[in-house]
Every structure is written in structure tokens, then in C-alpha cells.
Design a protein around this ligand. Structure first.
Ligand code: NAP
Length: 473
């Protein structure tokens, strides 16, 4: 299969193509276009040209296009899931879950397109403001550059393209190099659904090459980025006055208080740690368990992890498959080794086979070990103990990241204290930090990013608030 660029509503050949390999078996899946600087500029040209048409499109038409996209994905659910599984090595079960969430995300975007509105402002509340009628409207920004990561190749594209189109913007999308096919597939659905040519363009190629052209182009009004903190920081530094939304990484933590029904919560905790090989921005990486229940927690956790089936992502039974690259396996193993040298106890896993790293559990890692303080983005957790609940909160907050945190406790006072004092974008009480539904506000503090996604909130980021004041005689 040859995958060309998608610009101005048509396939555009590139000068260069690059083989796309399946991370699990190394097989060649496709030859994917590498956009040149001129190709990226052409994509921005077409997005800029389509901007007026999109801004003038009625809300019900934008809503209908988005709803139709959701329907088309539903019709091709299985094909979409297989595509995700092949290019990202996400186990089929989880890939189907991602497709279902993508459908939900576009459905929310379709609904929000009809709800986008401003408010009236009581100008006479200020002396001198009398005799005026004033209201706000939310206007589209114009061209938005969307840069997305590999780990949710369809749903994280939806979290950018969905609200951007709902608000009447146009988009140049740069998906991750390892997962371009899901993004091109989505562009074909928008085309079938009647989106005007140029309103959604997809360009693939090296992140830096394509990203730099998009960020330098003055016609691009906003960069919405999901990916690693290092790249997010670079984008922020170069974006000048452009609006920037950054959805970055984390080392998410879970607090488990005494009194928690461990047998009940354990399947969910293990899923939160190892789902998609731990390559989830809100994957559980650090677990803090009350010392009175820690022995039981560790043995139940290992027992549950032992039930995970490791193997081919296209096998119906597989829970955990290959990581995205061999380098990531090597990096995670080096961090495990460092933690062990610093005194952590490796009680489960640690070994790898080709690009599969087995689910790995460490006890009592130092919070300064990379395995704890950096984003591991691999199927690796560490379990530490606490005596006082306040200390657990401090340990969770002792991080440069702050995306989401989870707390299991039956004590309302402690739950409320955690809700107030945890320095993160979202606190999940009696739930893992990995919990997300697609309409809730989602985003981080500290190095986990700036801005919020979740369709309604992304629409706010992707529109300009304009005030209209009418002076009456
Ligand atoms: P990544 O390496 O930062 O890549 C993300 C995207 O940025 C890719 O499309 C990449 O293109 C592109 N890119 C790379 N260098 C660039 C540059 N200099 N300028 C502009 N774009 C550039 O991240 P990843 O490995 O794909 O994804 C994992 C990271 O994403 C983790 O840190 C994870 O926590 C984070 N994440 C966050 C959220 C959230 O909502 N907070 C959700 C999911 C993932 P190439 O692929 O071509 O390099």
C-alpha cells in the first residue's frame, strides 16, 4: 500500500516515501509520503483558502458532517480497529475500545457545534455603561495546526479535528510518523461526509521538519499539540503569539488507603498500569499503598498481572503487545536496572522479548529514580508504602508533572483533602488516574501541559471571544 499526502481534498504524491513497519512483527505495512517544506506550505495554503468557507458554514451543517463521520467510523469499526492494532501494536481489544471512543468524540463534537454560543453582558453594571446592549460571540480562529502522538492515533486526532471543525476552523494535521494511516483514514471519512476541500489536510514526515514549517507560518493561528514534554516545550518556545495547547506526559500516581476492597479494585488497577503497554499519558506509574495493606496489595497485584496475556496485538486474547520501538524497550530496561541498583526490589517482570517488555513491578523505588520521577511510558509500575495519608499526597505532588491522580479511600474527609491538595488537572476519587471519558475537561498542570481538551473545553481554546456593544439612542 502507498499512502500519499492529503491536501485540498485530494491525494498528493510526495517526492519521498518511507516504509512503515508493524512494531510487533516488523512487517512492512505501507509506504508513507514524507512531506517536503513546499508540501506543508501547500497544505497551509489550502487550509487558509478554505477558512472563510468554514467560518461561514452554518452550525447545523458542521454538526451534520461530524455526525456523519461518527457514523462512517461505526460502519468500519472493525477495519479501523485493525488499522490501529497494526500500526501501533495496540491489542485488538483495546483498539476496538479506542474506535468506540473516537465515535463518541466526534458525536460530542457534532453536538457541541450546535451549542457554541456567547452571552449577553450587562453593560449598565458599570457607571458609564448605560444604554447599551452587548453580547459575545465565539468566532473560529482560522487555520489550526494539529500535531498528534502514536498512542491513541484515532481518538487523539478526534480530540483536535472534532472541536476544530465544530467551531468552523480549518486544520493541517501532522500525525505521528508511526501511526499515519489512522489519520489518513479519518480524512477520507470527512471527505465522504462532505467537508469542503482544504478544511482538513494531512501531512506526514519528520516531526521537526513538518512541525517547524507549521509553527513558522503566520497564517497558522493555533498549534494544538499532544505528545512529549520535550517537544511541547520546543513548540511553546517557537510559537510566538500563536495560541498553543499542550497535552503532555506524566508519571501518574494512585493512592490506596487502608480499608480499600483490594480484590474488587485490582483488575482495574492492573489495567490502568499496563493497558497499551503502559504507553498512556495517564498510565499508573507510581502507586502509594497504606502500609497496613501493602503486602496483600502487592501479592494481589502480581497475581492479577500474571493473568495478562502477552503476544500478538491481532490475537483476540492479547492484553499486552509490543512497545512502539526497540529504543523504548532499551530505555525502560535501563531505568529498571538503575532503580534496582539504587535499592528497589524487582518483584515481577523486567525481561523483554523482541519489542515486548513484560509487565514489571518494582517495590520501594526512590522518588528520584528515573522510573519514578520521569515519564516511563512502558508497562512498569512501582509500589511504595505510606503511613500518613498527608504524606501520600505530598509524594504524589513531588513531581514535575501533574495530569491526573487517583485515590481509593472510604474516608470522606481524606477524599476531600486529596481533591483539594493534589496538584493535578484531574482528581479521580475511588478510581484509577487512567480514567477518562471524552467530554470531561482534560489536561495537566506543571510539565503536563497547558490548556484543556474535552470537546466543549477544546472549543473554547479554538475560538476567539468577540464582544459586540450596541449603543442605543
Ligand atoms: P512525541 O515524540 O512528542 O511526538 C508527538 C508528535 O510530535 C508526533 O507527531 C511527532 O512527529 C511530532 N514531533 C516530534 N518532534 C517535533 C518537533 N520538533 N516539532 C513539532 N512536532 C514534533 O510523542 P509520542 O512519543 O508520539 O507520544 C508520547 C507522548 O505523548 C508521551 O509523553 C505521552 O504522555 C504524551 N501524550 C499526552 C497525552 C495528553 O493528553 N496529555 C495523550 C497522549 C500522549 P514524529 O512522530 O514524526 O516524530
Amino acid at each position: 500500500m502507498k499512502q500519499s499526502l492529503w491536501i485540498n481534498g485530494e491525494n498528493v504524491e510526495a517526492d519521498k516515501y518511507r516504509p512503515l513497519l508493524n512494531p510487533f512483527n516488523g512487517q512492512n505495512i505501507a509506504e508513507v509520503a514524507e512531506a517536503s517544506k513546499e508540501d506543508v506550505i501547500r497544505a497551509v495554503d489550502s487550509a487558509a483558502e478554505a477558512a472563510r468557507k468554514m467560518a461561514e458554514m452554518d452550525a447545523h451543517k458542521r454538526s451534520d458532517i461530524l455526525r456523519r463521520v461518527a457514523e462512517l467510523i461505526q460502519e468500519d469499526r472493525e477495519e479501523c480497529a485493525r488499522l490501529i492494532a497494526e500500526e501501533s501494536s495496540k491489542p485488538l481489544k483495546a483498539a476496538r475500545g479506542e474506535v468506540d471512543r473516537t465515535i463518541m468524540t466526534y458525536t460530542f463534537a457534532s453536538e457541541e457545534a450546535r451549542r457554541l454560543h456567547g452571552e449577553t453582558i450587562p453593560m449598565d453594571a458599570a457607571p458609564g455603561g448605560e444604554g447599551r446592549v452587548a453580547y459575545t460571540v465565539r468566532e473560529p480562529l482560522g487555520v489550526i495546526a494539529a500535531i498528534t502522538p502514536f498512542n491513541f492515533p484515532m481518538n487523539l486526532v478526534a480530540h483536535k479535528v472534532g472541536p476544530a471543525i465544530a467551531a468552523g476552523n480549518t486544520v493541517v494535521l501532522k500525525p505521528a510518523s508511526q501511526t499515519p494511516l489512522s489519520a489518513y483514514k479519518i480524512a477520507s471519512y470527512f471527505h465522504q461526509a462532505g467537508l469542503p476541500a482544504g478544511a482538513l489536510n494531512v501531512v506526514t514526515g519528520s516531526g521537526k521538519n513538518v512541525g517547524d514549517v507549521l509553527i513558522d507560518d503566520e497564517r497558522v493561528r493555533m498549534v494544538t499539540f499532544t505528545g512529549s514534554p520535550e517537544v511541547g516545550k520546543q513548540i511553546r518556545e517557537h510559537a510566538g503569539l500563536k495560541r498553543v495547547t499542550l497535552e503532555l506526559g506524566s508519571n501518574s500516581a494512585l493512592i490506596v488507603d487502608e480499608g480499600t476492597d483490594l480484590k474488587k479494585v485490582m483488575p482495574r488497577v492492573v489495567t490502568g498500569a499496563f493497558s497499551n503497554q503502559g504507553q498512556v499519558c495517564i498510565s499508573i506509574q507510581r502507586i502509594f499503598v497504606h502500609e497496613k495493606i501493602s503486602d496483600e496489595f502487592v501479592s494481589l497485584f502480581i497475581e492479577e498481572a500474571g493473568k495478562l496475556k502477552v503476544g500478538d496485538p491481532l490475537d483476540e486474547q492479547t492484553d499486552l503487545a509490543a512497545m512502539i520501538s526497540g529504543n523504548d524497550v532499551t530505555r525502560a530496561k535501563a531505568w529498571i536496572q538503575d532503580a534496582v541498583e539504587n535499592g528497589a526490589e524487582l518483584v515481577y517482570g523486567g525481561e523483554s522479548e523482541r519489542q515486548i517488555l513484560k509487565p514489571t513491578v518494582l517495590l520501594n523505588a526512590q522518588l528520584t529514580d528515573k522510573i519514578s520521577c520521569e515519564e516511563v511510558f512502558a508497562p512498569v509500575v512501582h509500589i511504595n508504602t505510606f503511613k500518613e495519608f498527608d504524606d501520600a499526597i505530598d509524594q504524589v505532588n513531588d513531581s514535575k508533572f501533574g495530569l491526573q491522580a487517583g485515590v481509593y479511600t472510604n474516608d470522606l474527609q481524606k477524599a476531600m483533602k486529596a481533591a483539594k491538595n493534589l496538584h493535578v488537572g484531574g482528581v479521580m476519587i475511588n478510581e484509577i488516574p487512567t480514567f477518562r471519558v471524552d467530554h470531561m475537561p482534560y489536561g495537566g498542570v506543571k510539565m503536563s501541559g497547558t490548556g484543556r481538551e474535552g470537546i466543549k473545553y477544546a472549543l473554547e481554546e479554538m475560538t476567539e471571544l468577540k464582544l459586540v456593544s450596541i449603543k442605543l439612542d
